[in-house]
Design a protein around this ligand. Structure first.
Ligand code: ADP
Length: 650
């Protein structure tokens, strides 16, 4: 044994070494161990001095090829060339630790010194699991009464549903249960002796320091296995351990594997996020109102409908948000549901009339229902609001179209019955006249030319009706063609008047020819059709014997023809409609005045396509005046001689 001051100095040097160092004599009995060895193997120096060094290794390693472990390794020194050998060492409590062992020797005979240097292997997973060897005489075998408590204590620790580890003041793990080893992904053997600070996790290190300072500390984080890289989410509660002297002698850590908890939490968060997204992006306004009638939360859609930002709602009553008028209407509705517990479903209201909210008028459909806890306590009210303005508009539009379609069907049916009546009317006298004619001719009697004239008149009327129908359908199809040329309009009017002599009855035509000739650019045939139609209507809708005044007001730009009759007139509200297809004023009953309601429709098309305008001034019972304005081509100059009208005239 080294003695004296030199020995103490050597001791101090060895204690400062980080690696555990054990020195023994030629008899392999321990002469010295340093502080690192004490920590690693759990012995106190005094207990080991003089004991065989083999006590530091499991029994199976005591002999190799007939040599002790140190001697065997010394014999292989050359081969090893200073490289360490990995062996299991044995702690005082029987737990085995893997270490890298280097053995050296100096001196001869009794002076020989053998030095074992050990290096702790942290988390070795590539070693084969070897069951901890049962060492006879180990503390487990001692059967004194205190041990029962110890055993119970061990069972308790081993069976705990938590990973449990103990560490000393130097933050080195001195003991742990199987669960902890399992959590760390290695064996107990590899864990005991592990310096907690080598895990290099700031949070863990802080907690270790805290507990060594006498305080408990919680750590939560992902533990990453240093060797396998496996990540385990854990929650660790650190607590100090006190020795008999009341001083902190180390700490204990209890490790909960929170993988499942994390998963459940993540699922719940995802679930909540989904619900939240659903809530926020719903195309329906959704809100929750507390039982104090204050908004708790509304989604963006409801905020938009309410015309206030979503964040302005929480904590406010409808009255505070929308003012007394609109707010109290909403509050009444909410209050009613709260009081009766009966939901209001799809109540329709409009923003201006019922709710008095500002902005363009919108139609809303709202439902309010009480929200209960599973125990039946009313938490507040759920509000669902849908903006149905578009839907309403579409409905109104549909109803409008439906009414129009119905009207079109009615007009068509009326027209069919009128048209068939109108077409049939001339046929009866026509066939009567023809029958008379036939009878007389058979008998060789004299034939009255008036019979033929009447027959021809009915035929002309029939042709006129059919022509009107054809013209109207040509106009509808955009196929009524015009052949405009310079036309003497004054001559055209006069000619039309003359052609109607036969049908004017006792009516008087009063036409003042303008002093100067007037020409327009037009289709003479079609313009004559317009004038004829106006004169025919004037005759038809005024009492026999009345005077029909026809005037031509000639302006530089416009020539205006007016036809004034002393007839039945036209109700004011219908004057605009006269020029529509099939339209007949209500005072022109089919019975008294035949007609298809096409003449003015055709006339308007012809006039407008000449760049002109047609209109009426009338008072029921006071007669009517129809006007046709056409652009003047030339008023003072004589129009070219060969116009279509002229051909008719000469
Ligand atoms: P109709 O063949 O029915 O006369 P029109 O298109 O020529 O067809 O006229 C349309 C409607 O205008 C007539 O049914 C009648 O109600 C009204 N109307 C036209 N001219 C006159 C008029 N001079 N006096 C009163 N009502 C008229």
């Amino acid at each position: 044994m080294v003695a004296g001051g030199g020995a103490r100095e050597l001791e101090a040097v060895l204690d400062a070494a980080v690696e555990p160092v054990v020195a023994c004599g030629a008899d392999e009995r321990i002469l010295h161990i340093n502080a690192a060895t004490e920590r690693l193997l759990g012995w106190e120096r005094a207990q080991l001095l003089g004991r065989p060094v083999s006590d530091l290794f499991p029994a199976r390693l005591h002999h190799f090829h007939g040599l002790s472990l140190p001697r065997y390794l010394l014999s292989r020194r050359k081969v090893l060339g200073g490289r360490p050998t990995r062996v299991a060492s044995r702690r005082r409590d029987g737990v085995e630790l893997m270490v890298e062992l280097t053995v050296g020797a100096s001196g001869e005979g009794a002076q020989e010194r053998i030095v074992l240097t050990m290096r702790r292997l942290h988390e070795v997973i590539d070693t084969l699991e070897e069951p901890v060897e049962h060492v006879p005489g180990s503390p487990d075998d001692l059967a004194h009464p205190g041990e029962t408590v110890d055993r119970l204590y061990r069972l308790l620790v081993e069976n705990a549903p938590l990973g449990i580890f103990h560490f000393d003041r130097a933050a080195i793990i001195t003991a742990c249960n199987e669960r902890f080893a399992h959590q760390m992904g290695t064996s107990k053997r590899n864990i005991v002796g592990l310096h907690l600070f080598t895990l290099r996790d700031e949070g863990l290190m802080a907690c270790v320091r805290e507990s060594l300072g006498g305080r408990t500390c919680d750590y939560e984080g992902d533990y990453r296995s240093l060797t396998s890289g496996k990540v385990l989410p854990v929650r660790v509660r650190f607590a100090p351990c006190y020795g008999d002297d009341g001083e902190v002698e180390g700490g204990v850590g209890m490790v909960e594997d929170i993988t499942d908890r994390r998963r459940v939490e993540a699922e719940r968060e995802a679930h909540i996020a989904q619900l939240d997204l659903l809530f926020r992006s719903a195309p329906v306004g959704i809100g929750f109102v507390g039982s104090d009638l204050r908004y708790v939360r509304v989604n963006e859609t409801l905020a938009r409908i309410n015309g206030k930002p979503a964040e302005a709602h929480p904590g406010r009553t409808p009255r505070e948000l929308f003012g007394a008028h609109a707010g109290s209407a909403v509050e009444d509705m909410l209050g009613q549901v709260l009081k009766t517990g009966e939901p209001l479903v799809q109540q329709e209201s409009s923003t201006d009339e019922d709710l008095g909210l500002h902005g363009p008028r919108r139609h809303l459909s709202g439902s309010v229902y009480p929200v209960h806890t599973p125990g039946g306590r009313v938490l507040g009210l759920g509000v669902l609001v849908e903006d149905i303005t578009e839907r309403k508009r579409a409905e109104e539009e549909r109803a409008h179209l439906y009414r129009e379609a119905q009207e079109a069907i009615r007009v068509r049916d009326d027209f069919l019955s009128i048209a068939s009546h109108e077409l049939k009317t001339p046929l009866t006298p026509l066939s009567l006249r023809l029958a008379t004619l036939e009878r007389r001719l058979e008998r060789g009697e004299h034939v009255d030319p008036s019979v033929l004239r009447h027959a021809r008149h009915q035929l002309t009327r029939l042709t006129g009706l059919i022509n009107d129908l054809l013209d109207a359908s040509r106009i509808e199809a955009g196929r009524l063609s015009l052949h405009p040329e310079a036309t003497r309009f004054d001559v055209l009017v006069e000619h039309t008047l003359t052609s109607m002599e036969g049908q004017r009855g006792n009516h008087v035509f009063d036409f003042e020819r303008p002093p100067e000739p007037v020409s327009v650019q037009g289709d003479a045939y079609r313009l004559e059709q317009v004038v004829f139609n106006l004169l025919e209507n004037a005759l038809k809708y005024s009492p026999d014997g009345g005077t029909i005044r026809v005037r031509l007001a000639v302006g530089e730009d416009v020539t205006v023809l007016s036809v004034k009759d002393p007839g039945i007139g036209i109700p004011l509200d219908q004057q605009q409609l006269l020029f529509d297809r099939y339209f007949r004023a209500r005072n022109a009953s089919t019975r008294s005045y035949g007609g298809l309601g096409l003449g003015l429709y055709i006339s308007r098309d012809i006039v407008e396509r000449h760049g002109g305008r047609i209109w009426v001034e009338s008072e029921p019972g006071q007669g009517s005046t129809f006007y046709v304005a056409l652009p003047t081509l030339s008023a003072a100059r004589q129009a070219p001689a060969r116009t279509q009208t002229d051909r008719h005239l000469h």
